[in-house]
Write a protein that binds this ligand. Sequence first.
Ligand code: ADP
Ligand code: MG
Length: 336
Amino acid sequence: MPESSSDPSNGAGPDSNKGEFQLIHDYFQQQPLHRSDVLLGIGDDGAIVSLAKEKQLVLVMDTMISGVHFPDSTSAYDLGWKSLAVNLSDLAAMGAEPAWLTLALTLPHSDEQWVQKFSHGLFELASRYDVQLIGGDTTRGPLTVTVQAHGFVEQGQALLRNGAKAGDLIYVSGYPGEAALGLELIQSNNRQHPSFELLSRRLNRPIPRIELGLSLSGIATSCIDISDGLLADLHHILDDSGAGANIWVDQLPVSPAYQAVANTESFYLPLLSGGDDYELLFTIPANKQDEIAQIEADISLTCIGEITPGKGIQCLDPSGKKIEVARLGYDHFLEA
Ligand code: ADP
Ligand code: MG
């Protein structure tokens, strides 16, 4: 039971528990999806699931705070979707198959319509990947959503950040930077822009790359999802793998919408350092390119560079010349 609900100063009277239990029952306990490995879902003190012997469990968690991780104007539906999507993206980056989730929801007040829309967004994405909500906690306070997601990998098959080797090729899925441009259009209230719908959707309804993560098992030497920006997340791979990287700037994937919105002065800035796209960034040995070609039939993948024996990241033009930091506009990420 939440401690805060007995505190009259936050407007929660003794009856508010009823509201809380009713909300959980009416909206979170009603997911149509029921997995056969869930022995006990929402309703008791804890959930019970059964585990296959040959699998390992992968657990991830992400918190989203209003005004910090999403604009206050974000719709309840989008927030429901995204709070799960960012977690499924972490499972994708581990090469895991998602199974269950738990949800800790902190709400400023008991707003039934809001909870209903939130649950619809969450369940829409959950059912796409056969993920069941099996428990959680509901409390009162500033709007905050924490999701924990659970998934499986075959024994020892998880994709980690530490396996990149000099000579490996660096790939990225989709079009990173579109979410950051979507945020720019939202913040400048540029709703008339022809790319507004597409780019704001990239920000609010990211598609976790679950299928890609699963198909990279046995191929990728390292993998991460891009939540903080392509270069920042590539740095995590390089730090853990003890390697450096060359990025071929002319090979970076630029979509028509990106082309239409990105500022020419700092054209690659959103692509290289904008966050929130939840694309996968991964490395493969050069002799596995054929296997990547097969996966590319279903999803756009781009080879953007290579792992080097050095340290840090260098951005190169087609002739191999290092591109001036100032031209790219993100000097704090580059090393000489
Ligand atoms: P307890 O006081 O024992 O922690 P709660 O009243 O918090 O129990 O929760 C009752 C049941 O409702 C539990 O099964 C819990 O997992 C579930 N639950 C509570 N909040 C949520 C939520 N936001 N989403 C999903 N399940 C929830
Ligand atoms: Mg509880």
